[in-house]
Design a binder for this molecule. Structure first.
Ligand code: ZN
Length: 181
């Protein structure tokens, strides 16, 4: 049985090159026909697939001050905050950031990640103890207004993912990456 498996493995130790289609070794890092760096090719292919990072609405209450306001107003503030946040919807992917606003008339703002130059994360104490923070997204393109994502849990993880994805998007599109990006 072991021998059979061994011969099967032998049969399988080749694969077609994903770029030129010639038969190459399964373990090949570089295609000996077209010269393509197969690891780099795979990374580029993965980066081209749009992956969802976060989708949803911000939390109704995300800072201690809001919580206090809700308590002091016996919940009335909560209703006001609920309506304010009900119109906001975030969709963050490995390629773009979409923010939808408005309950009745909706506006949608889409920013491509490769056009973003800076992500500034902030976790003030009043939000941090509730498990929240906010993220300001800036572009050097003046036609793109700054975006602030707030009321989202695990904002640090999202920040890291967006930063990496933005970097990958710039590389994929052949945009020069600055040292501080
Ligand atoms: Zn090839």
């Amino acid at each position: 049985m072991d021998e059979e498996r061994g011969s099967e493995e032998k049969k399988d130790d080749t694969k077609p090159c994903p770029v030129c289609g010639e038969t190459i070794k399964a373990t090949a890092i570089k295609c000996r026909f077209c010269g393509e760096d197969l690891q780099a090719f795979q990374l580029k292919k993965e980066a081209a697939v749009e992956r969802e990072i976060f989708s949803g609405r911000p939390a109704v209450v995300y800072s201690v001050w809001q919580l206090l306001l809700v308590i002091v107003t016996l919940g009335i503030a909560w209703i006001v905050m609920w309506f304010k946040r009900a119109g906001v919807n975030y969709r963050l992917t490995s390629q773009r950031i979409q923010v939808e606003r408005g309950i009745f008339s909706k506006t949608k703002q889409t920013t491509e990640l490769f056009r973003i130059d800076d992500f500034v994360i902030s976790r003030p104490f009043s939000m941090r103890i509730m498990g929240y923070g906010y993220l300001v997204i800036k572009s050097s393109d003046r036609s793109i207004p700054d975006l602030t994502l707030y009321g989202v849990k695990e904002i640090e993880t999202i920040y890291e993912q967006l930063r990496k994805a933005s970097f990958a998007e710039r590389e994929r599109r052949g945009i020069k990456v600055w040292a501080n990006a």
